[in-house]
Design a protein around this ligand. Structure first.
Ligand code: ADP
Ligand code: MG
Length: 511
């Protein structure tokens, strides 16, 4: 049997053990509590710093707000405490919206959403809101914690974005209604066309997408025209111009075209937007007017030629009749010379007129232009010297081949030299220069004569008949025509009383 003392000690020992154990576990719990306490306050601090926090009771009466809440709502703390949340109602949301909210949290579920509130000063602010219901033992919420974050800036950006998207949609709509629109990629492959594009071109959308714009080429414009176009938009600049296109059924249509390059971050265009408007009708009217203009010009020309021929014919007739009556006249030879001159003048006018009315189909041959020019100058050297005019010639090459009709070009050069001589009644200098440049050879006739008045300068190359002294304008007209036939151009610079320069530019084969 155990002695009573033993039992007593045993019980005492057990008691001490239990007490010590209890004490020990109590310290552990306490320290655990302390730890979780500090975690909680950390979290509260973090929440307070980051979010707008409010507590309400079961009826939605505010029982706590943090500093951020005060800051954002612009109310004082005691103005908020004891109030209903409807104090912040902005009127933006529907009654259903809040009904739904209360239904959710009333059932003990978390509600999340974006709410627009009204601050004390009337300004609106958006908050991203989470409301957490806290439940009592009966399963009923006894308080709600609302955690909100200010998203006013984000909302504003969203609104702006929406606005600008709407603008873009509106503009696109307006453009689609008014214009023929296409988008191509950097290589010129069509990636998008609008209905109007399909309509005017007569192609289905599927026939256009993936194609080159060449599909619509009507072969009206030169290669250079499209080269320039690509050069312009390729360097990121807007191109504007008029293009004649060919529809699927082979008919032609004209479009006033604007091509806008879209530039990537690397500075290179990644796509092109082309906006076109149908100008076929306008072009037709223009064509008609042009034809009428031409007809009027021809009529004017014919009238002028008739007039020009009548003058010398009248004098020829007069002199001839005079000579018929007076066979012994001492001036007989002189008068014959005049008659012959006048006949020659008529001849020239008729010849030039014929050439103009029906330009000869000439065979072009490669010819060195230098000796041709020198030769032409020498033809008029005698006449020039008589009129105290010095002729100069210089060239930066000895040889430059031009694909040409030699006689036609000679006629042009002769005309320019003759005109210059006539423009210097009191003598002067005529310099003929040949300069081979990158893309063409330039032949210039520079005189120190009377110059050409502006109104006349504008009409050069067209017939302008006035008096005999002023000439008939056929020479220059024919010259322009011939140079045009040789794919060249003529530019004129002139200053009254100082002189005139005619510049002919011609493409050359070999320099
Ligand atoms: P024409 O020689 O028969 O007068 P053109 O067509 O050759 O006809 O020239 C037309 C007119 O242009 C001339 O009459 C003259 O008035 C003017 N013109 C041409 N060349 C010159 C020049 N170098 N300087 C001044 N006027 C000129
Ligand atoms: Mg002339």
């Amino acid at each position: 049997m155990f002695s009573e003392t033993f039992i007593f000690y045993l019980i005492l020992f057990i008691c001490i053990f239990v007490i010590v154990g209890l004490l020990a576990s109590r310290t552990i719990i306490n320290s655990k509590l302390a730890v979780s306490d500090s975690k909680l306050s950390d979290m509260k601090f973090a929440l307070d710093a980051s979010s707008i926090v409010a507590f309400t009771d079961a009826k939605g009466i505010i029982t706590y707000v943090n500093d951020k809440f005060v800051e954002v709502s612009k109310y004082e703390k005691d103005e908020l405490m004891g109030q209903n949340h409807s104090i912040l109602n902005s009127g933006i949301h529907s009654i259903e919206f809040f009904k739904e909210l209360w239904k959710t949290i009333g059932q003990g579920q978390v509600w999340k959403g974006e709410i627009c509130n009204k601050a004390k000063d009337g300004s609106l602010y958006w908050v991203d809101t989470t409301i957490i219901p806290f439940m009592n033992k009966k399963g009923k919420p006894y308080q709600y914690v609302a955690i909100r974050n200010d998203i006013t800036d984000r909302k504003k950006t969203e609104e702006q974005l929406k606005d600008s998207l709407k603008d873009v949609r509106d503009i696109t709509f307006a453009l689609d209604q008014s214009s023929i629109v296409a988008i191509t990629d950097a290589q010129g492959i069509i990636t998008k066309v609008n209905d109007k594009f399909c309509e005017i071109s007569g192609y289905d959308r599927s026939e256009l997408i993936g194609q080159d714009h060449k599909l619509l080429n009507s072969n009206f414009h030169s290669k250079q025209y499209f080269k320039n176009l690509w050069k312009t938009i390729g360097t990121g600049e807007v191109w504007k111009g008029e293009i004649r296109n060919k529809a699927k059924d082979g008919s032609y249509y004209w479009v006033a075209t604007t091509i806008v390059p879209f530039i990537a971050d690397n500075g290179k265009p990644y796509q092109y937007l082309s906006i076109r408007n149908d100008i076929t009708e306008r072009k037709k009217t223009e064509d008609m007017l042009h034809r009428q203009d031409k007809l009027a010009a021809v009529g004017q020309l014919a009238a002028g030629v008739a007039h020009e021929i009548r003058n010398p014919l009248t004098s020829i007739k007069g002199y001839t009749e005079f000579l018929q009556l007076d066979e012994t006249n001492e001036q007989r030879n002189e008068l014959f010379d005049i008659i012959l001159d006048e006949i020659e003048r008529v001849n020239l006018i008729v010849e030039e007129f014929m050439l103009l009315a029906k330009p000869k189909v000439v065979k072009l041959e490669d010819k060195n232009i230098i000796p041709i020019i020198k030769n032409t100058i020498s033809l008029l050297e005698f006449e020039a010297r008589k009129k105290h005019i010095r002729l100069h010639f210089n060239a930066n090459v000895d040889r430059v081949l031009i694909s040409c009709d030699e006689n036609s070009l000679k006629q042009v050069f002769l005309n320019f030299i003759k005109n210059a001589i006539e423009a210097m009644p009191n003598g002067g200098d005529l310099t003929v220069k040949v300069i081979v440049q990158d893309e063409h050879v330039q032949i210039s006739f520079e005189d120190t004569g009377v110059g050409i008045p502006q109104d006349k300068l504008n009409k050069i190359g067209e017939p302008f008949f006035t008096t005999k002294e002023e000439g008939n304008g056929l020479g220059l007209m024919v010259s322009f025509k011939i140079i045009e036939h040789h794919n060249g151009q003529i530019f004129i610079e002139s200053e009254l009383g100082k002189g005139t320069t005619f510049n002919i530019q011609l493409p050359y084969r070999i320099a």
